[in-house]
Every structure is written in structure tokens, then in C-alpha cells.
Design a protein around this ligand. Structure first.
Ligand code: SF4
Length: 332
């Protein structure tokens, strides 16, 4: 079965799940909106246990997976993880903060051969100096251009993963235009959040912004999405859901299905509802599918979880599914 058919079949049978799997807390970047790079000791998931974990997730219905870190490309067995996901028909993306690692060890070739469906690279500013400062990587824009050339050459698809932060909240269109100029195939917008998790520490001065600036940035992003000028994958309906949530949490149409339909596996193999909450649902190696449970939650605006959750609300999700098909025709 193809990965696309797997997603469609699982969705129609009510079994579809999506997971993020953080394979290491080691990172090269020193981002101002994340504290994971400061963590000690550095942990890299055991290869064999990680392969079993991917199998178990596939058995639970996971058909889309984002491999993340830290910096997932620092894991010596990352290509084997991609290969395993592909063998189980899991559509897989990798979130990368340090694109220079794509230029080493024939990485783009090996990822393409292993069946990587998307490399998503953190891209937070159209201005080269701000971009370097946000991640503390010198000449990041130049590195990114080279990495994208290799990505295209080896037939991989790329996505600019844009975190909305203080450095770009009033420059949404400039960031999208630059992403397209650099040659990214898609753009995803990530909504800033401070996590409550000790394992996945998100937050910091870079995203310490007012609710009003975030709402404004999302309103601009929604309007840009509707012009179809830029290949933004977030759905307008989902961004509007977050705007409603930010204005008044109870007015969000689509609460989160974190822990049930979308989930987060950390480098200790503990399954959490999301990166935001400290709650542990179980260890992936011992847990049962029935342990994947959390009452619908409306506690934060975290993008990946909220955007994907919006598809899991029965008839209410139909307009979003329609929007996804309508815009996929142009960009996907
Ligand atoms: S709303 Fe936020 S805290 Fe609640 S499950 Fe979703 S991502 Fe986690």
C-alpha cells in the first residue's frame, strides 16, 4: 500500500494517528525559543528500541510521523529510522534546525533512498542576520541555500518551518516570499508556545510576545493563505480556529485531540499527549493502544497538534477536509 493510501484508509476507518518522535536532545543550534539544547546529559535513543517503537506506533495506526530532536540528523541511525517508517507505510517528515548536516555524509541521497517524504527546515526570518541570530548559526541563509540545492538535486521535498516569533510577527509576507525565493516547496507556520514539560522545554524571550501580535500575525497569514500566492500548508480554517482560541479559548471550534489522534514520543520512549504537557500515557514498549487517551483539550495553541486535530471532529471537520483538497490541488 502507498503511504497516501495508508493515510486515507486509516482516516476512513477511524484509526489514523500522527506522532512526533524526538530521537535526541542534542542540537547544534542555540535557539532563543527553546531550552532543549542546554540539557545534559545528551541522549540518543537506542537504535533497536527506536525501531521497535516505530513498529508499535504503526500498529497503533500512526501513518504520519515527524522525526525531531533536538537535531534529529545528529542521531547516527536516523536514516534507519526513516527506512523503518517507510517500510511501515508511514509518511515521514524530519524537522531540521541545522541544515549544514544535510550537506554531510551524502545525507540527502541517503534520506531520499530511505523514503524520507519531507525535510522541514527551521526558517524564521527573511533577513540573513536575524536568521543567524535566531538559531546562533553563522551564515545560516547561505548554508540553507546550499542545503536546498542538494535537497532538490536528490529529489527530496522541502518545507520552510516558520515559527512565529518577535523577529517576524510583523513580517509574515516577507518570510513567505523569501522561503519561495530560496526554493522551499512548502511553508508551515508554527504558533509559539511555552511548554509545561520538563522533557520538552519550549519557551524563551524570542517568543515572549503579546497575544495581540500573535493574532495579528495569524490574521495576515490567513489572508496570505487565502490568496494562494504562497504554498502555506496550514489551513485557513485551522488558523482561524487558533485566532478564536486566542481571543476566547471556549470559542475554539476544534479542541485538540492530543493523546488520542496526535501524540509525542520522547527520547526516553515515554508517550505524551503532546510536547506541551508533562503527562505520560505510557512507555511505548509496554503500553496498549487503549492507553492513548486524554479528554479533549483546549489548553494551548501549539500548531502541529492543533492543526492536525482539527481533522478529527467528524462532520464539523468537513469544511477543513474540503479546504485541504482544494489547496492541495495547487501546492501538494
Ligand atoms: S491543546 Fe495543547 S496542551 Fe492540550 S493536548 Fe493539545 S497540544 Fe497538548
Amino acid at each position: 500500500m502507498s503511504k497516501k493510501s495508508n493515510i486515507i484508509m486509516k482516516y476512513l476507518s477511524g484509526k489514523l494517528r500522527c506522532a512526533e518522535f524526538a530521537v535526541t536532545n542534542a542540537c547544534i543550534a542555540r535557539c532563543t525559543f527553546c531550552n532543549i539544547w542546554k540539557q545534559q546529559p545528551k541522549i540518543f535513543v537506542d537504535k533497536d528500541k527506536a525501531l521497535v517503537a516505530i513498529d508499535r506506533m504503526a500498529d497503533f495506526g500512526v501513518s504520519h510521523m515527524c522525526l525531531t530532536g533536538g537535531e534529529p540528523l545528529l542521531h547516527p541511525h536516523i536514516v534507519e529510522f526513516v527506512e523503518k517508517a517507510s517500510k511501515r507505510d508511514i509518511n515521514n517528515a524530519m524537522l531540521i534546525a541545522a541544515p549544514q548536516l544535510l550537506l554531510r555524509d551524502e545525507m540527502t541521497k541517503r534520506l531520499a533512498a530511505a523514503g524520507c517524504d519531507l525535510v522541514s527546515i527551521s526558517f524564521d526570518s527573511a533577513d540573513p542576520e536575524t536568521l543567524s541570530r535566531s538559531r546562533q548559526i553563522e551564515n545560516l541563509m547561505g548554508i540553507m541555500e546550499n542545503a536546498l540545492t542538494a535537497v532538490r538535486h536528490d529529489g527530496l521535498q522541502s518545507m520552510a518551518s516558520v515559527l512565529i516569533w518577535n523577529g517576524n510577527a510583523d513580517k509574515m509576507e516577507a518570510v513567505c516570499a523569501k522561503a519561495v525565493e530560496l526554493g522551499f516547496d512548502y511553508i508551515s507556520l508554527n504558533y509559539p508556545t511555552f511548554s509545561e514539560s520538563d522533557v520538552y522545554e519550549l519557551g524563551g524571550e524570542g517568543i515572549d510576545m503579546s497575544k495581540e501580535s500573535l493574532i495579528q500575525a495569524l490574521e495576515v497569514a490567513t489572508a496570505l493563505k487565502e490568496t494562494r500566492k504562497y504554498p502555506i500548508i496550514n489551513l485557513a480554517g485551522s488558523m482561524r480556529n487558533i485566532i478564536d482560541y486566542l481571543k476566547e479559548p471556549t470559542s475554539a471550534k476544534f479542541p485538540c485531540r492530543g493523546g488520542v489522534r496526535v501524540m509525542f514520543l520522547d527520547w526516553f520512549f515515554n508517550m505524551h499527549p503532546c510536547m506541551q504537557l508533562p503527562d505520560v500515557l505510557g512507555c511505548i514498549h509496554d503500553m496498549e493502544e487503549s492507553d492513548l487517551f486524554l479528554p479533549v483539550c483546549n489548553k494551548c495553541n501549539m500548531s502541529w497538534y492543533r492543526d492536525l486535530s482539527a481533522f478529527f471532529h467528524g462532520a464539523r471537520s468537513l469544511p477543513l477536509i474540503y479546504e485541504a483538497f482544494r489547496t492541495a490541488g495547487k501546492f501538494l
